[in-house]
Write a protein that binds this ligand. Structure first.
Ligand code: SF4
Length: 208
C-alpha cells in the first residue's frame, strides 16, 4: 500500500480555497494527511481584518467539516499575529484547546445578573487556564440545558444569587453574586483544573 504523503492544493489554483480543499479531500485516500492553506495566492496583500476573516472562514469551515490535518497561514505577515490566529482557528473549530473556552447565553428578560460585566470578571480571573470550558448563563430556566459540554457553569439562580455547576450538575446554590466569581475559582481549584497565573518575564535591563 502507498505510504501516507502530506498533500495540499497547488498555489495559483483558480478556485475558492474551501472548494479546492473539499475537492482534494474527495479525490484522495483518507490515509494521506491534508495541509490546509489560508490562501492559494500568498503574494496578494490584504489587511489584518480581511486576513482574519478569510482565514477563519476557509480553514475553520474545512476543519469543522473534518477536512484537514495541518494548517499553514501565510496571509498575515507578522509571525506573532499569525501564530495567534492559527491557535484561535484551531480552538474555535474544536481541534485543539490552548486557552479557556467560554460559553455565554445571549441574555434576555430572564437574565438575573449583568452578563457582560460578569463574563468579563470571570474571564479576568480564569483566562490563563488551559483546556477548561466555562459556561455563563443568565438563568436556571434554560441555562443548564444550553451549557453544552462546559466543565463548569455559573448560572443565575435567583435575583442576586448564583448557582455553580460541574458539568450539568448543580453543586453550589444561592451564592451571593458579589462573591460568586471567587467561589467559581475555588470550585475550579477543588476539581484540580486550576493553575496559577504564569509569572511575567522580568524586563530586560536597558543597555547603557
Ligand atoms: S439562559 Fe436564561 S437568561 Fe440566558 S438567554 Fe436563555 S432564558 Fe435568557
Amino acid at each position: 500500500m502507498e505510504s501516507p504523503v502530506v498533500v495540499t492544493v497547488k498555489d495559483g489554483t483558480a478556485l475558492n480555497v474551501a472548494v479546492a480543499f473539499r475537492i482534494l479531500a474527495s479525490r484522495i485516500h483518507p490515509r494521506h494527511p491534508i495541509l490546509l492553506k489560508d490562501t492559494l495566492h500568498p503574494e496578494e496583500e490584504t489587511d489584518l481584518l480581511s486576513t482574519m476573516l478569510s482565514s477563519s472562514i476557509h480553514i475553520g469551515s474545512l476543519l469543522c467539516d473534518g477536512v484537514g490535518d495541518a494548517i499553514l497561514l501565510r496571509q498575515e505577515r507578522a509571525p506573532g499575529a499569525n501564530i495567534r490566529l492559527g491557535y484561535n482557528i484551531l480552538q474555535a473549530a474544536g481541534n485543539r484547546i490552548f486557552k479557556t473556552d467560554y460559553v455565554a447565553c445571549p441574555s434576555c428578560g430572564r437574565t438575573l445578573f449583568d452578563l457582560q460585566s460578569t463574563t468579563a470578571k470571570i474571564k479576568a480571573s480564569t483566562q490563563h487556564l488551559k483546556g477548561v470550558k466555562i459556561a455563563v448563563m443568565g438563568c436556571i430556566v434554560n441555562g443548564p440545558g444550553e451549557m453544552a459540554d462546559a466543565d463548569f457553569g455559573y448560572v443565575g439562580g435567583a435575583p442576586g444569587k448564583i448557582n455553580l455547576y460541574i458539568g450539568k450538575k448543580p453543586v453550589k446554590f444561592n451564592i451571593p453574586e458579589a462573591e460568586a466569581v471567587d467561589r467559581l475559582v475555588d470550585l475550579i481549584k477543588e476539581n484540580g483544573k486550576w493553575v496559577d497565573v504564569p509569572p511575567t518575564p522580568a524586563a530586560e535591563p536597558a543597555l547603557a
